[in-house]
Every structure is written in C-alpha cells, then in structure tokens.
Design a protein around this ligand. Structure first.
Ligand SMILES: *[C@@H]1O[C@H](CO)[C@@H](O)[C@H](O)[C@H]1NC(C)=O
Ligand SMILES: *[C@@H]1O[C@H](CO)[C@@H](O)[C@H](O)[C@H]1NC(C)=O
Ligand SMILES: *[C@@H]1O[C@H](CO)[C@@H](O)[C@H](O)[C@H]1NC(C)=O
Ligand SMILES: *[C@@H]1O[C@H](CO)[C@@H](O)[C@H](O)[C@H]1NC(C)=O
Length: 607
C-alpha cells in the first residue's frame, strides 16, 4: 500500500546535494514529504521507520515502500494463499513488462492458445501494479519457461493444480521456470509469479513507477481442497457482467476455482434461454438486466482462462417464481404455484414465493428446454447445480391440482407423501439432465449438486438421492452434525456453513457478521469425500455498488483456508492479507480495509 497523501513541504536552503559550493546558484529545493522506510522484522512483518528518511537507499531488510517490504518479508513473502513450501530471497531486481517473454516450447501445442491468454492476464496484472504505466524502464530480459505435461484442458474435480516455480536472476537477466501437469497449474504458477513482483515508486522530483521481482525463489505448491468456490446470487439483485468479471479476477488472484452462479431465484430470472425466451421476458427486472447467451459463453471462457469452472445453478423446485408465471397465458397451465403470493408466510422462506408445479407435465417440458440451453452453455464435463433447498410443503399443499396429482400417485398428504413428490421431482430432473448431456455427446454421467434440505437428512437421503450422482452442498450452521453424517454415509460434500461463510449475515434479522479472522479460523474435516468449501454472496442486501467491499477481502480468507489449510492463525496471516488487499486494489477490486493505516504500517503492533 502506498499512502499517497503528499504533503509537499518545500524546505529551502537545507540541501547540499547538488551545488553548495556554487554560491551563485539558488539552493536546490527539496521536495520533503513523509518518506518512511519499512523494515522487515522476522516473525512480525514490516515496521515503519521511526523518522522520515528522504533519499534512503534500500539496504538489506529496509525498503522504501510497504508493498515492497511485504513482498519479500517472511517465509511466504506477500503470497496469498500461502504455498506449501517457499524459499524466497530478500533481494529484488528491477524488471519491465516490455522485456518479459514467455517460452511455451515445452507446452503441448493443444495448450498454447489458452496459455497465451493466461500469460496476457499475468502481464496485465504486472502493469497494473504501476496503475497501467511502468515508467521506470530497465532492459533486463526476463524469460518465463512454461512446461505443461498434459494436454487435458478439462476443469473437473480431479484437475491437477500443482505447480513448481523457480526464479533465478543475475544482474543481466532473470529466468523463471514453471512446471505443471496442466495449464491450470501453470496458471496458478503465473499468478504466484505476479505476486513476487511489487511496484517501487520513485519520487525524485518526477513521480515514476517501476517493478521489482524477488531475485530468487523456489516454490512448490498444491491445494488441500479440490473445490474452492464463490457463490454469487444474481437474482435478488442483478449484478452486471463487468462486476461478475471483477469477482472472477479476484478469485483468480486467490486461486479459487469454482464460480457457483446462483443465477435465478423466485425474485428474478436474468439468464437468457434461447428456447424459452419467456424466462427473461417475464423474469428479468428490466430489458437491461439480462445475461445474453453470448455474454454467458464469454463469461465461461473468461473464467477458464483464470482457472475457474462455472457451475450454473437453477434452483428448483422451490425458489422459482418470477420467470415461470406465464404458463396460463400460453395455455400451459400453472408452471409454478404460489407465485408472488401476498400472504406468503407458510408458503416460502421469503417473498416473493414460487415453487415449480410437479403436477404439470408441461412444466417438465419447459424445464427440459432450459436444461438443453444450460447443457450447451456449461463447460464440459459439466457440473450443474439443481438447487433443491427450502421446499415449502405448505405451498404444494395449497394447490388443488397438486393434491389431485398426489392422490393419483397414492401419495398421502403427510410429510412423507410430500417428500415422495419432492423426490420424484429430483429423479425426473436428473433423468432429463442426463439425457440432455448424452444428446451433446457426454457419455459418462456427470455429478450434480444439490443443497442440503429435509430431503438430505441422514435418515432420509439414501432412500431418495444416490451418492454416486449427487454432491451435497451443506449450508447448515457449524454445530450441525449433518456434514460429518453425510461424509460417513459416503456422500461427497461441499461446505458453506451459513453462520460463518455467508456474506449476507450481519445485514438482516438476528444474523451475525463474520469478519475475515472468524472466516479464516473455521476449518473443514480432512476426508476424501470433503471436496471443499464455498463463500456465499447472497444478494438481498448487496448489488453492484457495495459488492467489492462486501466480498473482499473476506472471501480471500476462506480461499487460503481451502488452498493451504494452514495451522497458524489469522495474526500470522495478516501482513500477507494486507499485501493482497493492496494487490486487489491495483487490479481494480476495491477490497474493504483491514485495520487503521497506522496498524497496517506496524505489523502486529495492534494485536
Ligand atoms: C545511498 O547510496 C548512495 C550510493 O551508494 C550514497 O552516495 C548515498 O549517500 C546513500 N544515501 C543514504 C541516505 O544512505
Ligand atoms: C508514463 O509515465 C511517464 C513518466 O512519468 C510519462 O512520461 C508518460 O507520458 C506516461 N505514459 C502514459 C501512457 O501515461
Ligand atoms: C474432457 O472432457 C470431455 C467432455 O466431457 C471428454 O470427452 C474428454 O474425454 C475429456 N478429456 C480428458 C483428457 O479427460
Ligand atoms: C396438508 O393440508 C392438510 C389439510 O389442511 C393437512 O391435514 C396436512 O397435514 C397438510 N400436510 C402437510 C405436510 O402440511
């Protein structure tokens, strides 16, 4: 962080740096501003000097800027998330992006197109360290040799993300070696490489910005959890595409790999379906608040270049209302029931209500058309989220048509009868999804995600949901036994404990805000069935205007938990998180502040 308020106090007559002997020339003015240096103190972090030190030189462990100090200070320097092992030099060398070259000759031809895009992102990130203009030019050649061992471009739960990164530099050049199994591992290495670079702002009368690279580094790294997700709800409030992309930029910075797009809900339906244009025509907040098919495809590619798999969620059978309310007008009957009911209590969790109508065969036809579109959008192998949470039996119980249908199926109107109806919905939905993927040439059946619910309770789940097909996303609070119960039953799970990792908590009702330290402190069981976790940005009380500060840097805390699962706590991590926040800032993400600035300039003085 550069604290750039410049109190230009011109002190006349104190300088002898140029020409004291020359009595005829007027004394050279010195631009005297607070010019602190920062000292790297082992096991603590960076501390500001006691006195301003104009013109001070970098010497060992004394740095002209806080960013630069943090980039080299400590075992993991300014890296976030921390790698498994790292050995970093405290020396730095100047580099310039114009003299940076990527050598892909050790990467298979099939991987080169995407690698080129990945290197462009990395280069842009470096330039952004200097707000777009690296004005201190050095001609030192910097070559990044990238070795990728496989041609596999698929993003799956088994994608190999490990990498090795080696930096060696001399006066005359710098050589970087990256070795990874996949392009995604190589991308993570490029990300780490950019985090070994810091801006170095010079002010010798004229403001200039240069880049410094850690002179030597040996890093070996791989994630602890396979699924490191961020959920964004774009239904409660619409979030423009540019904001979503900015979230992906930040996710890539912290090596998160799943963008869980909670695209629709009962409130609005902004996702374009070519086959069923009514979804957005009746479901979007306005003609300008729609994600077009082209934008969706572009976003999915944008994510892939950043190592992120997009998982689209179409929540069902509950959380579906606006966007589904046109059935009668088109002669299709009710596609959903309870839609926008004024007396909503007992019919849904929050207004506006809406639940799909499982008694109407046309509903399934329309849903299949939507699945066809989603199946075409999603990157293959596809991971689709079918929602499945918060079904209100009272809503279905209020529909004559549904009750008649249940009678025809011999389901009684007890909880068990409705559970059968609900389970039947998921069975039909899964079959349709499988058929649509098969139609696209996907031979192997792909897993599907569902939220935990009444249906996924330990005593019920095995009767209704196959553990070979469903990944259960458990959102119960941390004191719930469900996560561990499901693991024991052999279900694959993703954890998003609502009392810790929900970003909307603290903004409504009795819910409690979790700061980054609390989010960081939470750990997950280590088990092969424990795929990972997710941070959830529900959008009832956030939109484009407050998004960045709501989400960052708290989400980064969870990203490190999921990538590295460190034993050490938040205090040891804070200086690196401060560096990350500055980095996000230079990349255009306005992450919230972590502490008073004085505390940021004096690591561990405020604990
Ligand atoms: C900085 O280094 C230069 C060249 O080595 C030296 O002349 C100058 O006195 C040093 N300045 C300070 C404040 O140590
Ligand atoms: C970059 O900075 C240099 C030095 O401050 C300045 O001369 C140049 O005009 C800047 N270039 C751009 C594109 O802003
Ligand atoms: C990548 O995914 C596609 C689509 O699912 C599949 O056909 C292909 O075999 C996969 N490639 C590898 C190397 O696993
Ligand atoms: C459905 O409504 C009937 C009649 O009001 C009631 O007896 C039954 O308990 C309800 N079922 C559920 C699961 O609430």
């Amino acid at each position: 962080m550069e604290f750039g308020r410049r109190w230009a106090l011109v002190v006349l007559g104190l300088s002898c740096s140029v020409s004291c002997h020359d009595t005829t020339a007027p004394p050279a003015p010195i631009v005297y501003e607070p010019s602190w240096t920062y000292k790297c103190v082992p096991d603590e972090g960076c501390h500001r000097s006691a006195h301003p030190q104009p013109g001070a030189n970098s010497s060992s462990l004394i740095f002209p800027s806080l960013d630069l100090c943090r980039t080299v200070c400590g075992r993991f320097g300014g890296l976030w998330p921390r790698p498994v092992t790292a050995a970093l030099s405290t020396q730095t060398v100047r580099i310039h992006p114009n003299f940076l070259r990527f050598d892909l000759s050790n990467a298979p031809v099939e991987t080169r197109d995407i690698l080129v895009e990945m290197t462009h992102v990395a280069t842009q990130n470096l330039i952004d360290e200097c707000d777009g203009n690296v004005s201190v030019v050095v001609e030192t050649p910097v070559v990044v040799y990238i070795t990728v061992k496989t041609t596999n471009l698929n993003l799956t739960l088994d994608t190999l993300e490990q990498y090795r990164l080696d930096v060696q530099s001399k006066e005359s050049n710098a050589v970087i070696h990256i070795v990874a199994e996949t392009v995604y591992g190589a991308r993570h290495a490029l990300e780490t490489f950019t985090q070994l670079v810091s801006s170095d702002k010079l002010d010798d009368g004229e403001y200039r910005c240069g880049l410094r690279l850690v002179a030597g580094a040996k890093i070996w790294d791989q994630p602890v959890y396979k699924y490191r997700g961020f959920l964004l709800d774009t239904s409660r409030n619409f979030i423009p595409m540019d904001d979503i992309k900015r979230m992906l930029d930040a996710m890539a910075t912290v090596k998160m790999n799943v963008f869980h797009w909670h695209a629709t809900d009962s409130h609005s339906f902004p996702l374009e379906s070519k086959r069923v244009p009514q979804f957005t025509r009746y479901g979007a907040y306005s003609a300008y608040e729609i994600y077009s098919a082209e934008e969706i495809r572009e976003l999915i590619h944008y994510a892939r270049v950043r190592g992120i798999r997009v998982v689209i969620e179409i929540d069902s059978p509950a959380h579906a209302g606006n966007g589904w309310q046109w059935g009668q007008e088109f002669g299709y009957g009710d596609l959903a029931v309870c839609v926008n009911a004024r007396q909503w209590r007992g019919l849904c969790i929050q207004p506006p209500c809406g639940q799909l109508n499982p008694a109407n065969p046309t509903m399934y036809r329309v849903l299949r058309d939507l699945y066809k579109d989603i199946a075409e959008y999603l990157p293959k192998p596809a991971l689709f989220h079918m929602g499945g949470d918060e079904v209100f039996l009272g809503c279905w119980n209020s529909s004559e048509q549904i009750l008649t249908y249940m009678e025809s199926r011999n389901y009684d109107t007890s909880v068990d009868g409705f559970i059968k109806l609900w389970s039947e919905f998921h069975e039909k939905a899964l079959n349709m999804w499988d058929e649509e993927l098969t139609a696209l040439g996907q031979e192997e059946k792909q897993p599907v995600m569902l939220w935990s619910s009444e249906l996924t309770q330990a005593h019920r789940i095995q009767k209704h949901l196959s553990k070979d097909r469903y990944i259960i996303e458990v959102w119960e609070p941390i004191n719930s036994p469900l996560l561990v119960q499901l693991i024991r039953l052999g279900y694959k799970v993703v954890s998003v404990p609502k009392d810790i990792w929900y970003l909307d908590h603290g903004f409504w009702g009795q819910t409690k805000y979790s700061n980054w330290r609390r989010m960081y402190a939470h750990t997950l069981p280590r088990d092969p069935h424990m795929l990972g976790g997710e941070v959830a940005a529900w959008s009832e009380y956030v939109d484009s205007q407050g998004l960045d500060t709501r989400v960052w840097p708290r989400t980064a805390a969870v990203a490190e938990r999921l990538w590295a699962d460190p034993n050490s706590g938040a205090i040891a991590a804070e200086s690196r998180l401060q560096r990350l926040r500055a980095r996000l800032g230079s990349r255009g993400i306005r992450a919230d502040v972590l502490s008073p600035q004085w505390c940021a300039q004096h690591d561990q003085h405020c604990v």
